[in-house]
Design a protein around this ligand. Sequence first.
Ligand code: M6R
Length: 592
Amino acid sequence: MCGIFAYYGPKKNAPKLVIEGLKKLEYRGYDSWGIAYKIPNDIIIHKKIGKISDVKIKDLNPAQSNISIGHSRWATHGGVTQKNAHPHFTENKEIVLVHNGILENYLTIKKDLIKKGHKFISETDTEVIAHLIEEYCKKHSFEDSVKLAIKEMEGRYAIVVMKKDENEIIAARKGSPLIIGVGENKNEYFIASDIPAFLAYTNKVIYLDDNQLAFINNKKTSFFDIEENAHIQKRKVQIDWDIESAEKGQFPHFMIKEITEQKDTLSRAINQDPKIIERVANEIKKAYGTYLVGCGTAGKVCMVGEYLFAKIAKKHINFKFGSEFRSQKNFLTNKSLMIAVSQSGETADTLEAIEIAKQKGVKIVAIVNAENSSIARMADIVIPIKAGIEKAVASTKATTSQLAILTLLAYACNGGINEGKQLLISTASQINDMLNPRYEQHIMKLAKKIKDVESMYIIGRNANYPIALEAAIKLQEVSYIHAEGFAGGELKHGPIALISKNTPVIVLVENNEYRNEILSNAIEVKARGGYIIGVSPIKEEVFDFWIKVPDTGDSYPIVNIIPVQILAYQLAVLRKNNPDMPRNLAKSVTVK
Ligand code: M6R
């Protein structure tokens, strides 16, 4: 995914506003950046490889301008080069454009445009859109040309375009987020991929929906729906997000801030309208097949869900990663149910799974953090996890909140919503006690000991198995240490060959019927020289290092992942990695 920010309004420092906005969106992509701004009869463009956070406005020294667009990139089509950085433009900078998403039919369009004499300088799909609009501009107005280009474009996109001789910017979206902030001044608009980017200026927003365009100019800002082929009215809504939650505050990184916020986020997640939880529980009970679908960490949360529903609700629920869901299409009917789990609500693979399901009449429940996201909009029922903005690429607080919702749903399916709520309230309070500086210092001793290892492993049984997989993702993402999670019982079938002297192995132990079996697996690893790190409510002899977690019964997946989140963060810092912006990654993956 990439970050888009644009400004149109009376302020004369639009390039500065765009640079500042992009800095707030850097978590969406950080391999290169670029801005363009209008001056009389020309458009000035700056693009560079590297992070927008390193840019100082005084070094850039832009001219005065009141119209500017910008982009921070996470490379998909074409490598990380200055040429491939956005904005992209046509000859003489007639059309200048930023884009988030993928133009799937760009090669076909490109070939056609080459035949018509267009010359391309980058390897990107985005440059093709700029030329396509320019081609239409030969016979049509700027606004009509963008509409016509969009009708031809396949894939997901959010774009903001300007034209050298027009006092207008045009924004459009399909499947990638784009939100319009309505400024305090007359005719003042901020356009961004995410609200925190302009929250310092306005909390009044217009959500652009799929297949809609916004024409922002000094006459009358208007909106157009491609499918209806008509101008439409859009509603301005006031949002109640606060700026502090979008800033690091006293914390050195968003990741540790968000880990610490788990003191509160769990309580917020549980504080749901019980009617919605009961309604979803009823849908699960009457469905002929329920699918939990998510990607990455959200996928691991769904896997935990399988175990929770099996134990608490005595119900079989299927899990599939978004990218693997298509294989299930022959089993879908209008009696099936899909529960899509996503922090951002914009993950392309999850969106595709939802589209497949919707074609078969499947009812969709979305468990999301971003309440106005594409996934939330496509769902029949939305359960917001209310974790607040999550900015670090590695998901932490959203993960535990998603786990809490699935736990609550499993209890509700068994007629025990209040019991589930009580369990989670008590878990939240124990997390509050657990997350303190002493706890972090204790884990830091371990981080210092293992910071230079090449590989580490995590094992768990039952719902601790997907938590082991999630722990591995956390460690991989930010520490770059090779980490793998295994089901404890599977070790002896192969992976135990990887253990040698002092290989760190995190053993996730729950205090239930699986305890003795996972401890046996730990003993097997120790016999091969492994260094055993126990995450457990009880200290065991086999542990070389013990990280205590509270004994919270059925909510053990929630408490077990937290110390590994802290460890991953600390390893990243000790290894001089930026935990908020890990290499090669982006906060949400809006490409397939
Ligand atoms: O926004 P989503 O929850 O749909 O994102 C899914 C994954 O891309 C995400 O969980 C990813 O694996 C995280 N970086 C993990 O920390």
